[in-house]
Ligand binder design. Structure first.
Ligand code: NAP
Length: 217
C-alpha cells in the first residue's frame, strides 16, 4: 500500500502509439486536480477493440515508458498487460483501490469519446464509485453534442465527471499511424525516442484492420 499518494491519476488508453496529446493531457490533469502521480495504463486487450488488431502490447508499453521517462510524476503500469484477457477498467480500479488503500482518490483520465460511453462499460456504477472520470476533449467538444441519454447519465453523476480541454488533443494515434504508413513526418507529434522506436521496429508500415466492435464492451 502506498499511503503517500493522496490523489492518483490513471491514464487509460491503447497508446498505439502514445503522442504529445496524451502527455499534455496527463500533465494538465496532474496540475488541475493536484495529482501526486499519474500512472499510464496501456491496455492489454482494449474492451471495445476485441475484433480489431492493435499493436503488440509490449511495443505499446515500451513506447509509453520511453515517452514518460523524463517526468518524475509519471509512471507506467503493466497491470492490464500482465493480467491478460480483456482489459476491463473495473478490474484495474479494484486492483489499484486494493493496492493504494481507501485513502487514495483515483482519477481515471482518458479521451472524452471513451469517457462519455462509460454507462455501457462493465460494472459502470462500480467504476464511478471507485474513481473520478476526467474526459480529455479535443477543441470544439461540447456536452451538447452528446446524445440526450448520455447527457442525462452524466448529469446524474456530475460530481464524478470532469472535463479537461486540451488543445494538443488535435493529435491522434490514428493520424500518426497513417502518416507512418504514407511515409510522412511524425516529428514533433511524438517524443523523439518514440519516433526512433517506431522506425527501428518498423511499426505501422502495413495496413491493420482497425474496425471497431461496438457491441463488445
Ligand atoms: P479509444 O476508443 O481508442 O479512444 C477514444 C478517444 O480518446 C480517441 O480520440 C483517443 O485518441 C482518445 N484517447 C484514448 N486514450 C486517451 C488518453 N489517455 N488521454 C487522452 N485521450 C485519449 O479508447 P481506448 O484507448 O480503447 O480506451 C480508453 C480507455 O478506456 C482505456 O483505458 C480502456 O481500457 C478504457 N475502456 C474501458 C472499457 C470497459 O471497461 N468496458 C470500455 C472502453 C474503454 P488516440 O487514439 O489519439 O489515443
Amino acid at each position: 500500500m502506498n499511503s503517500t499518494i493522496k490523489r492518483l491519476g490513471i491514464m487509460g488508453g491503447t497508446f498505439d502509439p502514445i503522442h504529445y496529446g496524451h502527455l499534455v493531457t496527463a500533465e494538465g490533469a496532474r496540475f488541475t486536480f493536484g495529482l501526486d502521480q499519474v500512472l499510464f495504463m496501456p491496455s492489454g486487450q482494449p474492451p471495445h477493440k476485441k475484433n480489431a488488431r492493435v499493436t503488440d502490447p509490449e511495443h505499446r508499453y515500451m513506447m509509453t515508458v520511453l515517452a514518460t521517462l523524463t517526468n518524475p510524476y509519471f509512471d507506467v503500469s503493466r497491470l492490464e498487460i500482465d493480467r491478460g484477457g480483456t482489459s476491463y477498467t473495473i478490474d484495474t480500479l479494484r486492483a489499484l483501490h486494493q493496492l493504494y488503500g481507501p485513502a487514495t482518490e483515483l482519477y481515471f483520465i482518458t479521451g472524452a469519446d471513451a469517457i462519455f460511453d462509460v454507462a455501457s462499460w462493465k460494472n459502470a456504477d462500480d467504476c464511478l464509485a471507485l474513481a473520478h472520470f476526467v474526459a480529455a476533449t479535443r477543441p470544439g467538444f461540447s456536452l451538447v453534442d452528446l446524445p440526450e441519454s448520455t447527457r442525462q447519465w452524466v448529469a446524474r453523476h456530475q460530481e464524478r465527471f470532469h472535463i479537461l480541454k486540451v488543445p494538443a488533443m488535435a493529435i491522434s494515434s490514428t493520424e500518426i499511424r497513417e502518416r507512418v504508413r504514407e511515409g510522412s513526418s511524425i516529428r514533433y507529434l511524438v517524443p523523439e525516442p518514440v519516433e526512433h522506436y517506431i522506425r527501428r521496429q518498423r511499426l505501422y508500415t502495413q495496413e491493420l484492420p482497425q474496425s471497431r466492435a461496438s457491441c463488445a464492451k
